[in-house]
Structures are given as C-alpha cells and as structure tokens.
Design a protein around this ligand. Sequence first.
Ligand SMILES: NC(=O)c1ccc[n+]([C@@H]2O[C@H](COP(=O)([O-])OP(=O)(O)OC[C@H]3O[C@@H](n4cnc5c(N)ncnc54)[C@H](OP(=O)(O)O)[C@@H]3O)[C@@H](O)[C@H]2O)c1
Length: 291
Amino acid sequence: MALREAKLAFIGCGTMGEAMVRGLLHENLVDPEQIVVSHPRPERREELGQRWGVEARADNAAAANGASVVVLTVKPQVLDEVFADLAGGLAPDALVMSIVAGARMARIAAALGTPAVVRVMPNTPAQIGRGISVWAATPVVTDTGREQARTILSALGQDEYVTHENELDMATALSGTGPAYVFLFMEALVDAGVHLGFSRRVASRLVLETLRGSVEYAASAPEHLARLRNQVTSPGGTTASAHYQLEKGRLRTVLSDAVWAAYRRCVQLGEAEAPERNGRPLSRTSSEPQE
Ligand SMILES: NC(=O)c1ccc[n+]([C@@H]2O[C@H](COP(=O)([O-])OP(=O)(O)OC[C@H]3O[C@@H](n4cnc5c(N)ncnc54)[C@H](OP(=O)(O)O)[C@@H]3O)[C@@H](O)[C@H]2O)c1
C-alpha cells in the first residue's frame, strides 16, 4: 500500500510527532484526513486539530484503530502504558514505527503482537526538516513498508538505513545527541568572542555563520576534513597557535570520550545485561574510567 492510501496514527503527538505531521503535510506526502493523532491533554488535541486539520483522540487505542502505520512518539517512561493501551488492538500486518529512545524492536513487536517494526533515531533539527534519522527494520518489514518508512522520515530531513539494531545505539550517541555537542561548542565560541570584546549579538552572528558556512563548505567538498583544516593553517600562524591549545586541551579525546559515554549509557538503558555489542566491548579499554 502506498503511503497515499495508508492511515497513519501518531501516538503521543508531542514535539517530534508534530514535526513528522508538519513535514508530511508541508511536503504534501499525505492528506490531513489520513492522519489521526493521540494526546492526553484536551488543549493539545485542540491545538493539533486546528493547526493541521487532523483528527485528535484522547484514547490511544481509538487513534490506532484501523491504522496501517502506527508511529510511537511518546517518551520512554510512558511506553509500557502505551503498550497496555494498544496491545491486541492493532492489525497484525500494521507497520509500527518507533522513535522512542532505547526501545528495542523485539520488545515492541512482542508487546504489540505486530512483527513489522521500524525503529528510528531522529535528531532535533528534524523540527525544521533538517534532521538525520537513522533507522532499522525487522526482517518481515516488506519493501513497501520500508518505502513507507523512508517517505515518513523524509518529512524530518535525511535518513540512513542500518542493518544492525546496535547501530541505532551508536547513532544515538553520535547524531541523536550530536546537536547538544554542537550547541555547547557554539556557546563556548560565543563566550570566547564576548571575552575578546565583541557584543554577544556580533559574537553569536560570527559563530553561527562560521558554523553554517563551514558545514556547507565541508558538505560540498570531497576532501578529507583534515585537508580543509590545513587550508586555514599557515606555518607559524594564528590557526596553528589555536590548534596547539586545542590539542593540548585534549579536545578530540574529550569528544570521543563523550560519544562513548553516551553510547554506553544508551546500551545500559536499552538492555543493561548485554556484555558485548557487535563483538566490541562496551568500554574502549580496560583502563578506561567508568562513570
Ligand atoms: N526530541 C528529540 O530530539 C528526540 C531525538 C531522538 C529521539 N527522540 C525520542 O522521541 C520521543 C518523543 O520525544 P519528544 O521530544 O517529541 O517528546 P514530547 O514532546 O514529550 O512528546 C511526547 C508526548 O507524549 C504525550 N504523552 C504522555 N503520556 C502519554 C500517554 N500515556 N499516551 C499518549 N501520549 C502521551 C506527552 O504529553 P505531555 O506533554 O502532557 O507530557 C507529550 O506531548 C522520545 O521517546 C524521545 O526519546 C526525541
């Protein structure tokens, strides 16, 4: 079934759920009549109904009733509650898409009695259609189901399909958490600019445009990132002096440690009992400090 003929239910339509609905309608990928959302608060249901012309229900089971694609967009803490609402009520051939952090596909399939599950790790730029969503699917998801999933994700920006679910934990640490690393980096640079004597407005603008331009330049250039960095590094120059301090401060190691810490935490939250992932130990070295 093409997405145009599908009925879509968004269970717990908060920030990310609404970003998906917005993208799907803005891109004219589906019509509002195809979408039902659920939300526990009446004012939120009214807001969603008025803003997007979609049907909004209080009851999760009623929203999912008859849906061919059910998208779980709740927080992990309420997932069991949502499972209890939906269990036994979905069509066995329904495609369930979940963006719930840490919820593994086998758990979702078992709880809902629907073997076709797609698990997604989006990130916050999805809210302006510029996200990167990493996704995996259970083997029974058909080519049509995969195409439906990819079309829904196109509403959030780019997507990257992975074959191993473990890569979703890795993506959580890199691209899911990634915007937080970037915002911290930007904030630190703005503060450094203010320290130099720029107004916060000017410092913020210089940092934002430097980031934007550098990202677009890197995306357009086939070279390795180190070559791009070397282009701005003259012998004995200002960049070389700054670079020395960044290396002395262990910027790369700190970043790498942060990503590994996020990965370990993600695995711990998802299935604390797993001692190994893809043949690799959870710790990078036996001497690595644990949190
Ligand atoms: N935001 C991100 O960048 C991001 C990135 C990757 C993954 N995720 C994942 O995406 C999921 C949604 O995140 P979000 O930021 O969109 O969260 P959110 O804005 O809090 O959306 C979840 C919504 O579910 C509603 N809700 C609470 N209990 C419910 C229930 N029993 N049944 C139905 N709905 C219920 C909440 O209502 P109230 O407002 O009343 O609490 C809230 O509006 C999370 O699992 C998160 O891990 C998010």
